[in-house]
Design a protein around this ligand. Sequence first.
Ligand code: SF4
Length: 169
Amino acid sequence: MRDGPLLRVVKRAALAVYRANRSLARLRRGRAPYVLAGACARTGGCCEAPAIRVLPLAWRLPTMRAWIVGWNRLVNGLALQAEIPRERLLVFRCTHFDRTKRHCDSYDSRPGICRDYPGGLLEQPLPQLIPGCGFRPVARNALALRAEIERRGLAPEVIERLSKDLRLQ
Ligand code: SF4
C-alpha cells in the first residue's frame, strides 16, 4: 500500500540517518575498489527479494534483530522471508512492489537500501549483482590491470575470462 504522509515523514528522517551512517562508514573504509558502470535496466529484479546485511553484534542479539525486522515491517513495508546466518542476511518480501507491473508504489519515499542498490555492493571483494541488472561493477584500476594482462601474451580466451572475473569490463 502506498505510503501516507506520516510514513513519508518518518522515512525521510530515517533516510537522513541512513545516509549519515553510510557516509561515516565510507570515510572509515576509504574508497570502494569498484565503480559502477551501466544504467538501471528497470526490470524490478532488485525489488524481488531485498536483503539487509546485519552487523555481527546485532546479529548475535535477538532483541536487536527483532527490532530491525519489526522496523522494516512497520516502516518500510518489508516482510521477513528468510534469514541466512552464514552471511548475516535478512531477506524480505516488499509489500510496495507490484509484481505484475514491476514497479514500486512508493518510489519517492523508498528507503536507503533501495536507493543504494547496487552501489552498496561495491565495497565487497567481488560484487555479485542480481541477474538482469543493467549496472556492472568495474575495478577502479581496470585500465591498468587490463593493459598488464594483455602484455603477458596470454590466449584471448584467458584474457577475456580474467577480465570478466576481475571485473575489468
Ligand atoms: S520499497 Fe520500492 S524500491 Fe524498495 S524494494 Fe520495495 S518496491 Fe523496490
